[in-house]
Design a protein around this ligand. Sequence first.
Ligand SMILES: NC(=O)c1ccc[n+]([C@@H]2O[C@H](COP(=O)([O-])OP(=O)(O)OC[C@H]3O[C@@H](n4cnc5c(N)ncnc54)[C@H](OP(=O)(O)O)[C@@H]3O)[C@@H](O)[C@H]2O)c1
Length: 286
Amino acid sequence: MAVTGSTGGLGGRIARRLAERGVPQRLVVRDPARAPELPGATVVAADYGDGEAMRAALAGVGTLLLVSASETEDRVARHLSAVEAAAAAGVEHVVYVSFYGAAPDATFTLARHHWRTEEAVRATGAGFTFLRDSLYQDVLPYFVGPDGVIRGPAGDGRCGFVARDDIADVAVAVLLEPAAHNGRTYSLTGPETLTFHEVATELGAQSGHPVTYQAETLAEAYASRASYGAPDWMVEGWVTSYAAVATGELDGTTDDVARVAGRAPQSFAEYLRRNPAELNRIRALT
Ligand SMILES: NC(=O)c1ccc[n+]([C@@H]2O[C@H](COP(=O)([O-])OP(=O)(O)OC[C@H]3O[C@@H](n4cnc5c(N)ncnc54)[C@H](OP(=O)(O)O)[C@@H]3O)[C@@H](O)[C@H]2O)c1
């Protein structure tokens, strides 16, 4: 079994869980010096965009966990390169970390990348399982600006934010028994949907620092991010992640975490209670 993304938040959680269960794994990383040291794990270096290195890294691998790449302008090309390499190496089953509601015309531009990658995986003829994650609960404390305000064009829309720990438990269940999950697409959400007003209220209640949400228009959202100096595709990704909440595309919960991981997903309030250090940034705001 090969696991990508182990130097990151989600892949690291999955690799640690597999190691705790005594599962041998090959960690495919860009920088071996940053790979986690885990019993039963070997480390190989490859970037998704380097087809030759990926093919060599995946030689003899039966099941691959493919964590979606960091956001870059050529992200889809890197994903497609990794998928092609997996097929060339004879990988039998790809577990791909996708996004809730991935579609060619999704409002959230990065969800379109996920759809294209899913299509490429399907086209290889290999076995597959797609984990379509909602927005992470884990990132919400970092949406709060220095003035204690979350700003975005999400209107009063709702989203089924999910914790990376829950996604990791689902991924491990799938990786341990890929044939049982072959051809399945799981939409991974928390147990409830929340508006950004409700997210702000929870962050305020648990941090002790007032947090509010201010809905922006699309034009205001682009204008308020114009000074960051970020490339257009990146700003569009930020803005449209909120806009997809406004359209209702992220409004929904499923029982896929419970069915696959065997336990209920945690709520955002539970997530914050279990990870209080994630609120330190907000507590430190003046
Ligand atoms: N649903 C959401 O709300 C949400 C939020 C943020 C991100 N995401 C997506 O979910 C993915 C996993 O989340 P995370 O929290 O684990 O992100 P993360 O902590 O940034 O980890 C990303 C991992 O992917 C690896 N990676 C990135 N690009 C790569 C490439 N071109 N070739 C090989 N490895 C590559 C990174 O390696 P390095 O350490 O070498 O960079 C890192 O190990 C992210 O990469 C992103 O696509 C989703």
